[in-house]
Write a protein that binds this ligand. Structure first.
Ligand code: 5GP
Ligand code: ZN
Length: 113
């Protein structure tokens, strides 16, 4: 999609602080992090919602999330992680390209994101 910022990052047309890449998925740091290490995992191709993802791409995306959660926790010495998707505008999705938030949490940091 030509005007999609995450497509542009996936195409390397726009700079993203990429932390991991697989055949179908890309992980990069959120530009406006809720916590140190806040990472987004996206399919490289444009899909707006979770239910638009072909099975193979969905499997790759969630496998990547599973692999990255402990690595991100280690990298920032977090105690726990929120993993979440805002799936649709009414749920708070601002970028219409599927993305999974990995938000590191720290003992005593208070509340949910
Ligand atoms: P949403 O509300 O759609 O679930 O979350 C969108 C996320 O994308 C936000 O956390 C926001 O900070 C992040 N974001 C928006 N534009 C950019 C960008 O250009 N680069 C990066 N790395 N993150 C972005
Ligand atoms: Zn896109």
């Amino acid at each position: 999609m030509s005007d999609c910022i995450f497509c542009a990052i996936a195409a390397k047309d726009v700079h993203g602080r990429i932390v991991h890449e697989t055949e179908h998925s890309l992980a990069f740091l959120d530009v406006n992090p809720l916590a140190p290490g806040h990472t987004l995992v996206v399919p490289k191709d444009h899909y707006a919602r979770l239910d638009d993802l072909p099975e193979e791409i969905s499997a790759d995306l969630w496998r990547t999330v599973d692999e990255l959660v402990p690595r991100v926790e280690d990298a920032v010495d977090a105690d726990a992680t929120n993993v979440g998707v805002n799936n649709g505008p009414a749920a708070g999705q601002e970028v219409e390209h599927v993305h999974v938030h990995i938000v590191p949490r720290f003992d005593g940091d208070g509340g949910s994101p």
